[in-house]
Ligand binder design. Structure first.
Ligand SMILES: *Cc1c(COP(=O)(O)O)cnc(C)c1O
Length: 397
């Protein structure tokens, strides 16, 4: 037998972390890595955060799981917190980002298939280079063929428009359109913020045609950009939103948020999840909200993001052959490179013990824990400088 016990769907690297301390990961053999990947925007509070550990420990000792057949004081409390802090009136908890997007897709379709709606409106317009997860519906929602290959047929009901191109989105609208599904700031696609004109334009098209504006904030949400959710940067609100990654701070948790109007099709028996909203996940989510959902914390993320970005912008000027620009918001930053970002990301990881994430559009993602500070930024710039100085551009080009 040659297949590995872990199904070999990930090209796993030689870094084998066994422990985390604040912004560092420690490998099996004791090597320390600076973690500016944060489990891909998950570990907002870094590793081994006392508040988060305490909340999970206390809840684990009290009650870990009960069925959604029973009342949920823990779920009600976290849902109320999200409702108070966002556009939403109601929340469905999931265990992952893809499930949150699935629920968002179902909610958007059900809006039109509910009585009073137009059941022909079944199609969501989605955008090029989007990433919405790896389930059948969420890969179907993305135009990226590399995720489709081997898994046909795709789910029907998605039209792909060019990201950040409002005219293209408008041109794909028909009497079958149910709404738009978009990451306001693309993550895997290369830390690409949608322009204000694009995002606000989608809101307007949705308003004019009674369509659902669905945001996938699985990566950009939960304080990462200096706002609790990225839609706040645009001065508009979605009808439905998927959140996950950071919201559990490392504990598996996601949620689909919706307005009362948008959720009109999601009545008794229409959706469910065995684990979704279990008390343990709710405790983790509440601990994260306690830490991040306040103006002081959010202002700090904005300030730190500005400081890190200014330092990065200055730094990339030293290597005009290697780097093009810095983009993103808050501590969701991307360095667009002039060569493929993957070889540089590997070089930083293996030769300088610096963890970042490669993304589309030749972009290197910089996603530090939101609790990182100047000491970690100093260390980051040091490693990045050393990495750029020792990188063989010609070999990567
Ligand atoms: C990671 C991600 C997902 C999928 O989340 P999973 O927890 O891996 O299912 C969906 N949308 C976006 C924007 C993401 O970054």
């Amino acid at each position: 037998m040659s297949i590995t016990p872990l199904m070999p769907v990930y090209p796993r690297c030689g870094v084998r972390p066994v422990r985390g301390e604040h912004c560092h990961l420690i490998d099996e053999d004791g090597t320390r890595y600076l973690d500016f990947a944060s489990g891909i925007a998950v570990n907002l509070l870094g590793h081994s955060h006392e508040g988060l550990i305490g909340a999970i420990q206390r809840q684990a000792e009290t009650l870990m799981h009960v069925s959604n057949l029973y009342g949920s004081p823990q779920g009600e409390a976290l849902a109320q917190r999200l409702v108070d802090k966002t556009f939403a009136d109601t929340v469905f908890f999931t265990n992952s980002g893809a499930e949150a997007v699935e629920c968002a897709i179902k909610t958007a379709r059900a809006y039109h298939q509910h009585e009073g709606g137009d059941p022909n409106r079944t199609e969501l317009i989605t955008f090029t280079n989007a990433f919405h997860g790896r389930t059948m519906a969420t890969i179907s929602a993305s135009n990226q063929e590399k995720m489709h290959k081997g898994f046909y047929p795709m789910l029907a009901g998605f039209q792909y428009a060019e990201f950040d191109n409002l005219d293209h989105a408008r041109s794909l609208m028909s009497d079958k359109t149910a709404g738009f599904l978009v990451e306001p700031i693309q993550g895997e696609g290369g830390i690409r913020p949608g322009s204000e004109e694009f995002i606000r334009g989608l809101r307007q098209l949705a308003d004019e045609n009674d369509l659902m504006l669905v945001f996938d904030e699985v990566q950009c949400g939960v304080a990462r950009t200096g706002k609790l959710y990225a839609y706040e940067h645009y001065g508009i609100e979605p009808d439905i939103m998927a959140t996950a990654k950071g919201i559990g701070g490392g504990f598996p948790l996601g949620a689909c948020l919706a307005t009362e109007k948008a959720a009109r099709g999601m009545g008794f028996g229409t959706h469910g999840s065995t684990y979704g909203g279990n008390p343990l996940a709710m405790a983790a989510g509440m601990a994260v909200m306690d830490a991040v959902a306040n103006d002081e914390f959010l202002a700090e993320v904005t300030e730190k993001g500005d400081r890190l970005r200014a330092r990065l912008e200055q730094f990339i000027g030293n290597y005009p052959d290697l780097f093009e620009l810095v983009r993103g918001k808050g501590l969701m930053l991307g360095i667009k490179m002039k060569v493929e970002s993957r070889p540089f990301f590997v070089h930083l990881r293996d030769n300088h013990q610096l963890l970042t994430v490669a993304a589309g559009d030749k972009t290197l993602r910089v996603l530090p824990p939101l609790v990182a500070g100047d000491a970690e930024f100093d260390e980051f710039l040091e490693k990045l400088s050393a990495g750029a100085a020792s990188f063989d551009v010609a070999a990567a080009a």
